[in-house]
Design a protein around this ligand. Structure first.
Ligand code: ADP
Ligand code: MG
Length: 452
């Protein structure tokens, strides 16, 4: 029997997160807070999409929900009971498929059943049924490396579904697949779910695709970043099958777009910043968005051609960019005061218009002036200027950044900083020696050389 409405949920709670926070300890002893005070209930009957910028902590939250990881603070309840270890009622589908290469398709699918102590005959029967249901028949004895990405993810789904999980968790399950394969698998999963061909009570899917979320889910929970908080929790009151071209659909996509591009900083984050400043604490470095400058320039020019304002959702679909690709670029535009995002539109500022009309040297000068306002660039310049040889190894700045960001993020931050700094001619970088340096002061430049 098909679910009558997308929101035919039971009032009972399947998963309850109460004030869940997560910090990761850095090698140098500093803590990075990834999740902040997440309180959410998931109910039977719900298909929930969890949206958030990349690196915001979506995977972390999923692992906490399934008991694969413990929160630093707060509680996770499953059907009212505290979760203290891997939740055997839950199963996970990973973006990277995560299959055992030395096991056949059949063995991979049966794996979770063996762990649960299901007798071999039952295991085999269930495997055979799922292999058929998921469209893998004929491939039972194949090894993962013999399969295409789409077929591998089918194995990922079959393996998760084999244990008949009450809660099916999926971490960007479609994002490593090509467009058509992803689309097929999405529809097939929706069929299984809506026609109740699987006993799963609730699905929790992490995604960075807004359209994917609106296409599949009954409810969309949106997280912010650094640290992640819940910034919106929206119902998707559209009946299935959903038509991506229908006005109700695009309106909802637009609405989600506005939330995702508009949260910027939550009031809590601003309060915390004000508190830290008042308490005289060392200011936290804010992460730089990893926007590509060529993409930034292209996007701004496109908007300038259209009178200085355009809808981000439309721009994204025209440029075939997911919000995840577009956001770092619009964040960069905002950081440089070249544009603002309002109501899901990208609007050029006066500076942005000037930037678009300018030739290359003036563009570099504009970016340079903006970089000089950003703490990490001020820090880099201060260090380089104070050194007799006007240079410093990259590692030094990496160590500083690691007090503020995870090891991986520090690397990304520094890469962005170097890329921008070079573009704006703020400093140079020698990749062979991994050294940042300032050119020798030019006696002919604006700084008059002191008389001999
Ligand atoms: P998302 O899935 O939203 O991209 P993740 O949950 O993977 O985000 O990661 C959130 C943040 O936590 C990132 O900055 C990441 O670098 C950091 N992180 C994730 N796992 C660990 C870990 N085991 N140790 C330290 N930092 C981690
Ligand atoms: Mg992730």
């Amino acid at each position: 029997m098909a679910r009558s409405t997308p929101l035919a949920t039971s009032p009972e709670t399947l998963v309850r997160l109460l004030g869940v926070s997560k910090t990761y300890a850095q090698p140098d002893g500093y803590d990075i807070r990834v999740l902040e005070d997440i309180t959410l209930d998931f109910h039977p009957g719900e298909f929930i999409a969890l949206l958030g910028p990349s690196g915001s902590g979506k995977s972390t939250l999923l692992r906490i929900v399934t008991g694969l990881q413990e929160p630093s603070y707060g509680t996770v309840l499953y059907r009212g009971r505290p979760v203290t270890g891997p939740n055997l009622k839950a199963a996970m589908v990973f973006q990277s498929f995560a299959l055992y290469p030395w096991l056949t398709v059949a063995q991979n699918v049966e794996l979770g059943l063996a762990a649960k102590g299901v007798p071999p005959a039952v295991r085999h029967e269930r495997m055979a049924r799922l292999v058929e249901l998921i469209g893998l028949d004929g491939y039972e004895d194949a090894f993962p490396k013999e399969l295409s990405g789409g077929m591998r993810q089918r194995v990922g789904f079959a393996r998760a579904l084999a244990v008949e999980p009450e809660l099916l968790c999926m971490d960007e399950p479609f994002s490593a697949l090509d467009f058509l394969t992803a689309e097929n698998l999405r529809s097939e999963l929706l069929d299984l779910w809506l026609d109740q061909k699987i006993p799963t009570q609730s699905i929790l899917m992490v995604t960075h695709g807004i359209e994917e979320a609106v296409f599949m889910a009954d409810r969309i929970v949106i997280l912010s970043k650094n640290p992640a908080r819940v910034v919106a929790d929206l119902p998707v009151p559209l009946p299935h099958p959903r038509n991506r071209k229908a006005p109700e659909f695009t309106q909802l996509v637009d609405q989600v777009y506005k939330v995702v591009t508009g949260w910027d900083e939550t009031p809590e984050a601003r309060q915390e910043e004000a508190r830290a400043e008042a308490a005289g604490e060392r200011p936290r470095l804010k992460p730089l968005p990893a926007g590509h400058l060529s993409m930034l320039t292209g996007l701004l020019e496109l908007v300038a051609d259209r009178g200085g304002r355009d809808d981000l959702y439309h721009l994204g679909s025209e440029l075939l960019l997911e919000v995840d690709d577009l956001l770092p670029v619009t964040d960069t535009a905002e950081l440089f005061h070249l544009a603002t995002v309002e109501e899901g539109d990208l609007i050029l500022t006066d500076l942005g218009r000037r930037f678009c009309e300018a030739e290359s040297p003036e563009r570099h000068a504009i970016i340079r002036a903006q970089l000089l306002q950003i703490p990490i660039f001020r820090l880099i310049l201060r260090v380089l200027e104070s050194k007799a040889n006007r240079s410093m190894v990259k590692e030094f700045f990496n160590d500083i950044l690691e007090e503020h960001f995870s090891v991986k993020d520090s690397e990304i931050q520094l890469r962005t900083a170097i890329y921008w700094g070079r573009y704006a001619d703020l400093f140079h970088y020698d990749p062979d020696t991994e050294t940042l340096y300032l050119p020798e002061p030019d006696p002919g430049s604006e700084e008059p050389a002191s008389p001999a």
